[in-house]
Write a protein that binds this ligand. Sequence first.
Ligand code: ATP
Ligand code: MG
Length: 239
Amino acid sequence: MKILIFNQKGGVGKTTTALNLGVGLAGVSNKTVTLVDLDPQTHLTAAMGLRAETLPWNVSHWLAGNRPFQTEVISERLQLIAGDCNPPLQRPLNTPVMPTTDYVVFDAPPMWTPEVAALMQLCDWVLTPMEPEFLSMQGISRLMQRMEMEQIPWSRLRLLLCRYDDRLIVHREVRARLTERFGQHLLAEVIRNNVRLAESPGYGQSIFDYAPNSAGAEDYSALVKAILTLEQNAKEQGQ
Ligand SMILES: Nc1ncnc2c1ncn2[C@@H]1O[C@H](COP(=O)(O)OP(=O)(O)OP(=O)(O)O)[C@@H](O)[C@H]1O
Ligand SMILES: [Mg+2]
């Protein structure tokens, strides 16, 4: 299963979601995961405790189809294709060979790029983290229009509310409006605002290692389960 984490808006929780979903899926028995850092900011690579500039092989080599295929081995069941902080202005778009792990999770930059569009065609799901603000909804409509232009089916899209605070009326209202407007595209699970999630990248750790008893770990565990359910349902429907 290939999941592209994308929102053209910055700072909404894409990297946090890629990291914790990837690590969470690798914690499911027997499952293997590749995380791919597509973003020249290389935040995912850094959040995993690695310095992109010191690594010999990265996502640009992968996109170019360079051999031999290399990854950073994070644990027995988790590997990373590291980010490139100095990518060439135009990366070649040879269809890259997909890693053979059970899951591949892509952390995209906060903008449409040729690679984002190409990988969205190849992915099973587009998971879009978003903040519970009214203006974020406009961004989702634009994302859907763009998906239509690129002929990417909307059935792949799932929205994930991040930094959610149930005490705020505006967050509850946005959630209700999103449900009304985007229906089944909105995941029932939300990621609450949790300071542990903001702290963990500074220690190069996922939330499951840094603060396993936190609300953040609880919420990302629930997201892992939701993704497994999506996969199961898609299999049953023969997708
Ligand atoms: N649920 C949360 N609670 C508290 N802080 C969070 C939460 N999710 C993300 N953050 C923090 O918010 C900031 C932005 O998150 P993140 O880097 O995941 O966003 P992004 O969408 O990947 O940003 P960019 O578009 O720059 O790549 C980070 O400092 C992160 O630690
Ligand atoms: Mg990011």
